[in-house]
Write a protein that binds this ligand. Structure first.
Ligand code: SLL
Length: 215
């Protein structure tokens, strides 16, 4: 099949990456200095199979881990470990050979600790997992004909965010609802900034007027 590039064509795929972490509690906690069990992962936004366009994922862990370079050749693209500290994980994503694309590296700060109370204002419950996920889109600019064909065959020329968080595990973290909440937050922040600018402008005008009186 052809590795000719399709001029003027763009194909985009969405994914999310990040980690979940659970504290090690009870008797097991005394067995080593490891305080947490964690999983770092790369997934489709609907938790769908992404192996038709992602060939393998390589996770580079901290050098305190044995064989820190962990390459996962089949889905699920994830690594589970235990440990005591947070560090940055380089996540290298290799695409289907037909794409002719170089691998892409994403960086994720492994998060083990809650840095805030939970939503109810209560301290973070010990048994509740800490999660840290990021959403991203991979844009294939002028894809090869062969790769375009792969996407088409997998119904993957377009994508949609899920509308709601699913209740079944693993719950998808990025939904149109979450997107809307973020847009609402930005909108509210923008209105607040405009209000403050307006207020400062009025103050400045008042001062100018006042100083004019003394001239
Ligand atoms: C820190 N800069 O000091 C970081 C490094 C490294 C965490 C964290 C290894 C576990 C093991 C582990 O948890 N490393 O011994 O296998 O916080």
């Amino acid at each position: 099949m052809s590795n000719k590039r399709m001029k003027g064509t763009v194909a985009t795929r969405a994914l999310y990456y990040g980690n979940t972490a659970y504290p090690i509690l009870g008797k097991k906690a005394n067995d080593s200095d490891h305080t947490h069990k964690w999983t770092v992962l790369v997934r489709g936004v609907n938790n769908e199979d992404i192996s038709f366009w992602i060939k393998k994922v390589s996770f580079r862990l901290h050098e305190t881990y044995p064989n820190p370079q962990r390459t996962i050749e089949q889905p699920p693209f994830e690594v589970s470990e235990t440990g005591w500290g947070e560090f940055e994980i380089a996540i290298k994503i290799y695409f289907h050979a037909a794409s002719g694309e170089k691998p892409v590296t994403l960086y994720h700060h492994l998060r083990l600790h809650p840095y805030e109370d939970d939503g109810t204002g209560q301290p973070w419950p010990k048994e509740k997992p800490v999660t840290s996920f990021n959403y991203d889109e991979v844009v294939f600019n002028e894809p090869t004909e062969a790769f375009y064909q792969v996407l088409a065959e997998n119904n993957a020329l377009t994508f949609q965010l899920p509308t709601k968080k699913s209740t079944k595990e693993p719950a998808v973290p990025f939904t149109t609802m979450v997107e809307q909440e973020e847009l609402d937050r930005l909108d509210k922040a923008l209105r607040e900034v405009n209000r403050q600018v307006q207020r400062e402008r009025q103050r400045a005008e008042a001062i100018t007027e006042e100083s004019a009186m003394y001239k």
